[in-house]
Write a protein that binds this ligand. Structure first.
Ligand SMILES: [Zn+2]
Length: 103
């Protein structure tokens, strides 16, 4: 990490006003992968990795798929967009996180 004036200011502010997790309210650890999510909550997020639907990005569970075919929902709904990605599943902690962003 480069210790420039901006980083020093942020480190000072983190000491004086520690960042709290948006889900638990607990202080966010310095080595957390996210600025406003504690390590415990980050570990519960389901980050979507391949294999996933080529259209909506929803992950395939179970057997590894050899192709990147569209999921049943995309085949049924035939969305107007051609390609999308899903970063996290909106369930459990992910759902709470989305609700926090919306409120
Ligand atoms: Zn899909």
């Amino acid at each position: 990490m480069v210790l420039d004036a901006k980083n020093l200011t942020h480190q000072f502010l983190d000491i004086v006003f520690p960042r709290n997790c948006v889900i638990t309210g607990d202080p966010v650890e310095h080595d957390s992968p996210y600025k406003f999510i504690s390590k415990a909550v980050a570990a519960k997020l389901f980050r979507v990795e391949p294999p996933h639907c080529r259209t909506c990005g929803y992950p395939y569970f179970g057997a590894v798929m050899a192709s990147d075919r569209a999921c049943p929902k995309c085949k049924e709904l035939n969305p107007q967009y051609g390609e999308g990605r899903t970063v996290i599943l909106v369930e459990g902690v992910g759902r709470e996180l989305v609700h926090q962003f919306k409120s």
